[in-house]
Design a protein around this ligand. Structure first.
Ligand code: URA
Length: 253
């Protein structure tokens, strides 16, 4: 059994699974860049999904942001006002991942700027964090999808697949010490599982990023919390778990 498989089995036995193993060809930027076929980074059009993913895996921030803005890989490009790349410090210790832009995010080009975003900002402030890139404890916030699904419908599998290389590259570039995944949809997409959020919360998942690992915590989506106030206490517990995981990692370093 390979080391990776042994480790995955161990994590599962410890109740820490499931493990999310990123495909090496997608996230190993250096390897991908050297194996890269001549994909036009400005359009990324007319290439196989693998060639497109490999090209994205080798991109630097500016190139990645331009590629997202120009993306026509799925039909959401026809209905979006603009793409929503992400916000915060690109070297933040925490990366937060939501589902997809809504109407206000589509209009403003920034994730979580509506009512749910205000709740998220308050939750972050309660633990001394902020989306402001110049804050002492900044976070980077991104979504699984960079374009708004019309009418805020659920993202479709082809849309998630087309956007996935962008998110993977963002995670690799930020190299956060911790990922906080918000909501069932984002958790299932990021962790590649069908498990319900009740089974995903309250444990530490491990994301393979390049040649390292990043702990990931699942919590409720802020929009869900607006409708289910009683679960705010559970989301507080999730934030405390994230702080504990971060503190434990710092004490080991
Ligand atoms: N919901 C999300 O998941 N992301 C946003 O950016 C806004 C609302």
């Amino acid at each position: 059994m390979s080391l990776d498989r042994r480790r995955a089995a161990l994590w599962l036995a410890m109740g820490l699974g499931p493990e999310w193993v990123l495909r090496d060809d997608v996230v190993d930027g250096a390897a991908a860049a050297s194996a890269r076929s001549p994909v036009d980074a400005s359009t990324l059009e007319g290439h196989s999904a693998a060639a497109r993913a490999a090209a994205i895996a080798g991109m630097a921030w500016d190139e990645l942001e331009a590629a997202v803005a120009a993306c026509t890989a799925c039909s959401l490009c026809k209905t979006r006002t603009q793409t929503v790349f992400g916000v915060g410090s690109r070297t933040a210790p925490w990366m937060l991942i939501g589902e997809a832009p809504g109407a206000e995010e589509d209009a403003r080009g920034e994730p979580f700027v509506g009512q749910a975003g205000r709740l998220l900002d308050n939750m972050l402030a309660s633990i001394g964090r902020s989306r402001r890139a110049d804050a002492s404890q900044s976070v980077f916030i991104a979504n699984v999808l960079k374009c708004r699904p019309p009418g805020n419908r659920n993202p479709q599998p082809d849309e998630v697949a087309a956007c996935e290389p962008f998110l993977l590259r963002q995670i690799e570039l930020v190299r956060p010490q911790l990922v906080l995944v918000m909501g069932r949809f984002a958790a299932q997409a990021v962790l590649r599982t069908d498990a319900p959020i009740s089974a995903l919360r309250g444990r530490v998942h491990r994301l393979r990023v390049g040649d390292g690992e990043v702990p990931a915590i699942v919590t409720y989506h802020p929009a869900y919390l607006l409708r289910n106030l009683a679960d705010k206490a559970k989301s507080w517990a999730d934030l405390c778990l994230a702080l504990d995981v971060e503190a434990a990692a710092a004490s080991r370093a």
